[in-house]
Design a protein around this ligand. Structure first.
Ligand SMILES: [Zn+2]
Length: 128
């Protein structure tokens, strides 16, 4: 099944999400501040929060990505240092990932969630 005309395609959608851009038109400047997203896209007018509780998906993205980063880092530390694992140094690396990671990743999780949601919406509306 090929992408419908005008649809950015799955890869492009997720690249846009990873770059904090609008999933529909690719426009940037979606955030008023680091944590505050605008209500609509400044270029195409796409309304971001479609319903109450919409950002729960972004929360799931945030948790999943930060946990993946934690697990990969943990495994790399274990593989490189077993049997003499430096516990203090490991904590010095892993704890900040879990404390600062969700804050740093916060805006990206929103745009990645919008990309996923927009991709699903497009496919559903095209199939009906
Ligand atoms: Zn847009």
């Amino acid at each position: 099944m090929s992408a419908p005309e005008g649809f950015p395609g799955t890869t492009k959608l997720f690249v846009r999400g990873a770059l904090r851009r609008c999933p529909r038109c690719g426009s940037g400047h979606l955030f008023e501040h680091y944590f505050t997203i605008k209500e609509d896209c400044p270029r195409c007018g796409l309304h971001f929060e479609r319903e109450h509780g919409y950002w729960v998906g972004a929360l799931a993205w945030n948790i999943a990505i930060v946990m993946a980063l934690f697990i990969v880092t943990f495994v790399v530390i274990m593989v490189l240092t077993v049997p003499d694992v430096p516990v203090g140094l490991s904590l010095l690396i892993l704890v900040p990932i879990m404390l600062i990671g969700p804050i740093v990743f916060y805006p990206f999780s929103k745009t990645l969630w919008m990309a996923l949601d927009y991709g699903f919406l497009q496919r559903i509306s095209d199939s009906t």
